[in-house]
Each structure stands twice: as C-alpha cells, then as structure tokens.
Ligand binder design. Structure first.
Ligand code: ZN
Length: 137
C-alpha cells in the first residue's frame, strides 16, 4: 500500500509489545493482523491470545485492507486542541474482508459515508508517524 503524506493533525501512536509489529508493518505500507493458529480467527488490535478461543497460538498475517463501512462518527467539535484545524472529520469502523473490525480516519472529505460502503486501508503519514486511514474503493 502506498503511504500518503497528508497535512492532518494526529496524536502519535503508543506502541507496546503486542502492537509494535502492527505499527512497524503499517510504516512499511502493510496491514498486519493476527490469526489464531487453533480456530483461524483473525483479530485486531493485535493481542497475544485469540479473542474467540483464548489459544495463545496467534501468528501475524498480512491483510488486504479492503472492507466495508460498518458505522462512523463525524467529529464536529475537537475535544483535543490537536484536531481543531481538522474538524469536521470522520472516523469509520470498517469490517475488514479478512475478519476483524478496525477503526481509522476516513480520508475522503466529500460528506459522510454510507453503511456498507466499500473502502480500502490507506496508511498516511503525519509528523513522522504512519496511521491507518480509509478511502472509498
Ligand atoms: Zn482461536
């Protein structure tokens, strides 16, 4: 995936031991999820055990980043001054075709999305950090 350089505001991610591989992959233009070696459930955010069967045999897998909008919230009032120049903006909850639901900023600014809208993950860079965004597919 091509990483877009955008003039948006963002708070930096705070990677931990479980999420560092996800952030490193995203900075390389890839979406990395985890998949359970026991039941096959893909999950996000990355955690060390399966959220479905609790097996501790999760392995990293690359995902396409394609999915459909499940829901969204458009932010009109910035609760953090960091985002004051970006409002209004929209955060979408996307059901990835690889399984899990994932949140990210909707990078298209032509109005609110519709439930079921096909989108694709677009990593974007702000102040040296690469974050997950989505655009209509
Ligand atoms: Zn499992």
């Amino acid at each position: 995936m091509k990483i877009e350089n955008l003039q948006l505001r963002a708070l930096p991610p705070t990677p931990d031991a479980d999420s560092t591989p996800f952030w490193e992959a995203l900075a390389d233009g890839r979406l990395q999820l985890t998949r359970c070696g026991s039941c096959g459930t893909a999950s996000f955010p990355p955690i060390p055990s399966c959220p479905r069967c609790a097996a501790d045999t999760v392995v990293p897998v690359e995902a396409s980043g394609s999915g459909r909008v499940y829901s969204w919230a458009t932010i009109h009032i910035a609760l953090d001054p960091t985002f004051a120049d970006d409002v209004p903006y929209t955060i979408v909850a996307v059901d990835l075709e690889d399984g899990p639901r994932m949140l990210g900023r909707l990078l298209d600014r032509d109005g609110p999305p519709a439930a079921g809208l096909a989108v694709r993950l677009v990593p974007y860079r702000v102040d040296g950090n690469v974050l997950p965004g989505f655009r209509a597919d």
